[in-house]
Ligand binder design. Structure first.
Ligand code: ATP
Length: 502
């Protein structure tokens, strides 16, 4: 893991008004973050990019905005009350709490890091025709790989069987030590439900426990019938929703990767039973393409197909992204069969069926889900965009190479000096451009420093007003990534910039 780089990214996010720790003047609240003036724009652009791709570009997908509070029985039906648990374990010496499964995954990751290093070594030895050493290294790779496979198999079985005693035994057997105390003095593993509970109404008689939703998906399932009927929908069709979700994560870390309050963009796609695997493949490819269309190179993404599936699923994959701390889940795509709708039929007593005129039959549709965290997506694009660049003159510049469509501001209007009538022209240019773009106007400090500030927040274009502007109504346009500069007439700016942004 590139810890220094990750720290720089977190510091940059704060320094430039993207992300602040929540309640900072009260020393913060763990795993909760606020999005600042630039962060909120980037976050809104991510949501808009998703909404357009899902709702606007698919004639058979519609949106929804369901409430965060829902009837408590929904979480019984969905399985969250009984099974939305993480196994936790404490180290008796450091008093630190961990997720037992994460300790084991981290251990596997360490072995996989070793494998990567050995593979590199083997490659070099192969190139040097050093056969004996090559064989030796290759042998080690196979040995480590076998270890990983063994641990993974046992781990999956223990998780599936909810075998807490077995998890502890595995942690002990692997010799996993607490990163703080360095000891192996562990408590037993216990289950911990991740839902936040609160009371609806006054706390007096009749008050009922309700939960802050841990996912937005259930709001979609319980509105299936409403939307199917009022939208006159025909299978296959989808319902998309963006909204807050809450999980009382045991170990919240890695900045906005794992938060206690976060936002999800989820879509449930209802299909005819038997057609779900075809649609699963469709959504797998379509969602990966959505990521690639941002221009982030393909080698930063990979699928992680689940071998062990949840009891209701018949296919599942994660799109993993190469974060500064390694490949981790960014988005989940799941074929959930008819589990959720059937459960809600059972618990609500209402029929949640689709009438198929082709076969003259009622049935519970099957579902493909695509689910991505807005904040994780933010971290993916932000960390990939963050670049420290050595310039020819020996200085460095920090530039956020954000995809232009996601950048908080598209254009900055910068009068070269704060006199000679240039600020007045700048204001006029600002007033024209603001109708089509998010624009920043800045007339303080030397122009070089202002360019650097715009680079640091990822503004793709700077428009500079100088003395020549007064003579021929042209301005200098400077591009963020190449730092190339050229002149354009003010009258053409909107059209030219729109073209470039498309
Ligand atoms: P993980 O294994 O990382 O805990 P998960 O498998 O529990 O994730 P899902 O329940 O499939 O995640 O949620 C769908 C998406 O929501 C994830 O791919 C992720 O992008 C996002 N997400 C889930 N939990 C969090 C969290 N605590 N903070 C931020 N984003 C989250």
């Amino acid at each position: 893991m590139n810890e220094d780089l990750f720290k720089q990214i977190i510091a940059h996010a704060k320094e430039y008004g993207f992300i602040f720790p929540s309640s900072e003047i009260y020393d913060g609240l763990s795993a909760v973050y606020d999005y600042g003036q630039n962060g909120v724009e980037l976050k809104n652009n991510i949501k808009q990019y998703w909404w357009k791709a899902m709702v606007q570009y698919h004639e058979n997908i519609v949106g929804l905005d369901s409430a965060i509070f829902m009837h408590p029985t929904i979480w019984k039906a969905s399985g969250h009350v009984d099974a939305f648990n993480d196994p936790l374990i404490d180290n008796k010496d450091s008093k630190k709490r961990y997720r037992a499964d994460v300790l084991i995954e981290d251990h596997i990751q360490k072995i996989e890091d070793k494998i990567e290093k050995e593979v590199e070594k083997a490659k070099k030895r192969f190139e040097n025709f050093d056969e004996a050493l090559y064989r030796q290294t290759n042998g080690r790779v196979l040995q480590y790989q076998q270890q990983v496979d063994d641990i993974r198999n046992r781990f999956a079985e223990l998780m599936n069987n909810n075998d807490l005693v077995g998890l502890k035994a595995l942690i002990e057997e692997l010799g996993i030590a607490c990163p703080i105390s360095g000891t192996r003095n562990w408590t037993d593993v216990r289950q911990f439900n991740l839902m936040f509970a609160t009371k609806l109404g006054s706390v007096a008689d009749g008050a009922d426990t309700i939960y802050l939703r841990p996912e937005t998906a259930q709001g979609i399932f319980v509105n299936f019938l409403n939307i199917y009927k009022t939208g006159r929908m025909k299978l296959p069709f989808g319902i998309a929703q963006i909204g807050k979700a809450f999980r009382n994560e045991i170990v919240a870390r890695q900045f906005i990767f794992r938060m206690r309050e976060f936002e999800q963009m989820e879509m449930q796609f209802f299909v005819k039973p038997g057609e779900e695997l075809k649609w699963f493949d469709y959504w797998k490819q379509t969602r990966l393409q959505w990521h690639k269309d941002l221009g982030i190179p393909a080698e930063n993404y990979r699928f992680h197909d689940h071998e062990k599936l949840a009891h209701y699923a018949n296919a599942a994959t994660d799109i993993e992204f190469k974060f500064p701390f390694g490949f981790k889940e960014l988005e989940g795509i799941h074929s959930r069969t008819n589990f959720d709708l059937s459960q809600h039929e059972k618990y609500s007593g209402k029929k949640l069926r689709y009438f198929d005129p082709e076969v003259n039959e009622n049935y519970v549709p099957y579902v493909i889900e695509t689910s991505i965290g807005v904040d994780r997506m933010f971290l993916a694009v932000f960390s990939h965009a963050y670049t420290e660049e050595k310039l020819e003159d020996g200085t460095t510049r920090t530039v956020l190479r954000l995809p232009a469509k996601l950048a908080p501001y598209k254009v900055a209007v910068l009068p070269l000096v704060k006199k000679d009538g240039l600020p007045e022209i700048g204001q006029e240019v600002f007033d024209v451009l603001k109708k089509d773009f998010m624009v920043q106007y800045e007339d303080k400090d030397a122009i070089g420093r202002r360019y650097r500030r715009q680079d640091a927040i990822g503004t793709p274009f700077c428009v500079t007003i100088d003395n020549q502007t007064k003579e021929d109504q042209t301005v200098t346009v400077r591009e963020r990534d190449t730092m190339e500069q050229y002149r354009l007439p003010i009258a053409d700016l909107t059209v030219e910039l729109l073209k470039k942004l498309r």
